[in-house]
Design a protein around this ligand. Structure first.
Ligand SMILES: [Zn+2]
Length: 244
């Protein structure tokens, strides 16, 4: 078996990663993929439960339609049945990835009205493209075949507010705040509300950072197999508005 989710084989992934066939990183990636392969071989699967990857534009439309249902108070709660639970216990084929803030008011599956196995969600305060977040998104995009990443920020984001203030912070809170500061500095002189401008600038900054700092994501974007967009979530209306 050379393809996972009909998308990229182990050899291709190693090529994408630029790490060849040797080294710890390569072994780790191969290990993950081999275990997926073993799982697929021991569990009979049909064509139906191996969906083709959803194109970036289709994925975006699907998410925005789900958000419209959420705003209208007409959630369909798709893919949450017992059958879906069993289906997804065999394998996962998420059609989109989210890099969202950890804020308790912005749960991706609820605001986009999606279910089990639909979204690969990475949440971290300030929706920052940290090393571990990038690694997770490389996995969802190159291995699982998700072709869309939405960086999802939101109004009144405490992480961005902390970066605007710039006060010293205890423990490791300052770690993610540091990753937001370049975005804040880029709009500090701009007219208007600094907090609002910074929240949007941070989303756009993290969107740019993903393909710039990840060879795997950059290559997929160049090949048209991945789109990375930014959206801002309004806490009161529930609406996601694209900002890139
Ligand atoms: Zn936040």
């Amino acid at each position: 078996m050379t393809r996972i989710n009909g998308f990229v084989g182990r050899r291709n992934l190693l090529k994408l990663a630029g790490i060849g066939g040797a080294g710890i990183a390569a072994s780790a990636v191969a290990g993950v993929m081999l275990s997926s392969e073993a799982e697929a071989q021991t569990t009979p699967t049909t064509t139906e439960n191996k969906p083709k990857p959803v194109s970036p534009d289709e994925a975006l439309k699907k998410l925005l339609r789900g958000n419209e249902r959420f705003i209208a108070g007409k959630r369909a709660n798709p893919n949450q049945s017992k059958l879906r639970l069993l289906e997804t216990s065999v394998a996962q084929y998420p059609y989109a990835s989210i890099l969202g803030c950890a804020d308790s008011r912005v749960p991706a599956e609820i605001v986009f009205d999606q279910g089990l196995g639909d979204l690969f969600v990475v949440r971290v305060a300030g929706n920052v493209a940290s090393q571990t977040a990038i690694g997770s998104l490389e996995f969802s995009s190159a291995v699982l075949g998700s072709q869309l990443i939405i960086v999802l920020g939101h109004a009144k984001c405490g992480a961005v507010v902390a970066a605007v203030k710039g006060d010293p912070l205890p423990g490791r809170i300052g770690v993610f705040v540091e990753e937001i500061k370049p975005a804040v500095e880029s709009v500090r002189q701009k007219t208007g509300d600094l907090e609002k401008n910074s929240i949007i600038a941070n989303i756009q900054y993290q969107v740019r950072k993903l393909p710039e700092t990840s060879t795997i994501l950059g290559k997929l974007v160049n090949e048209g197999k991945l789109k990375i967009v930014g959206g801002i979530y309004d806490l009161a209306s529930g609406k996601v508005t694209l900002v890139t």
